[in-house]
Design a protein around this ligand. Sequence first.
Ligand SMILES: CC(C)(COP(=O)(O)OP(=O)(O)OC[C@H]1O[C@@H](n2cnc3c(N)ncnc32)[C@H](O)[C@@H]1OP(=O)(O)O)[C@@H](O)C(=O)NCCC(=O)NCCS
Length: 152
Amino acid sequence: MHDFNNNITLRTGKMEDVEAVYQLNKTVFSEYWSRTSIFSAMESDYDLLLCESEGALVGYLLSLSVLDEVQIMQIAVSEDYRRQGLASRMTDSFVTSHPDISSVMLEVRLSNNAARACYAQLGFEEVGYRKNYYAPDAAGSREDAVLMTKKV
Ligand SMILES: CC(C)(COP(=O)(O)OP(=O)(O)OC[C@H]1O[C@@H](n2cnc3c(N)ncnc32)[C@H](O)[C@@H]1OP(=O)(O)O)[C@@H](O)C(=O)NCCC(=O)NCCS
C-alpha cells in the first residue's frame, strides 16, 4: 500500500496515454477494453482523467458526456493505491471541473461491492438493474448490472 500523499496528481489524459491506460485496465478488469476501443473512445471525445504518482499511472476515469449528462465508462485504481480516496478524488474533480453537468450515471456489476460502496459514498443512488448485461463468464453465466445515478 502506498501513501496517499505520495505526490498524487490528476491531469487530463491524451492519446499518448492510451497504452498506459490499456495496461492498467487489463490488470484491473476481467472484461477489459482493447487498445483499439480506448483509442476510438479518445477519438470520439470521451474524457480521460488520469491519476498519477510520481509520473506513473495509478488510476483513471473514462467518461462520455452527452449534453449535460455524463456516463462513467470506466474507473479504476491500481490495487496498491486503493482505499486512499483516489476514485473519490477523480470523480469529484471531474464533476467540479464540468459545471454544466446535471447528472452522472454508470453501470456496475452486481457483485462489485467495492465499487457500489464507493459510488454510494459519493452520493450515487441505485436506480435499476440491467439483466444479463455483461458478457458470459467461463461457465456461460451473465452477470446483471446495477444502474446508478447522481444528480449534481
Ligand atoms: C472501485 C474502485 C475504483 C475504488 O477505488 P478507490 O480509490 O479504492 O476508492 P476510494 O478510496 O475513493 O473509496 C471511497 C469509499 O468507497 C468505499 N470503498 C472503496 N473500496 C471499498 C471496498 N473494497 N470495500 C468496501 N468499501 C469500499 C469506502 O466507503 C471508501 O471510503 P473509506 O475508504 O473512507 O471507507 C477500485 O476498487 C477499483 O479500481 N476496482 C476495480 C475496478 C472497478 O471495479 N471499477 C468500477 C467499475 S464500475
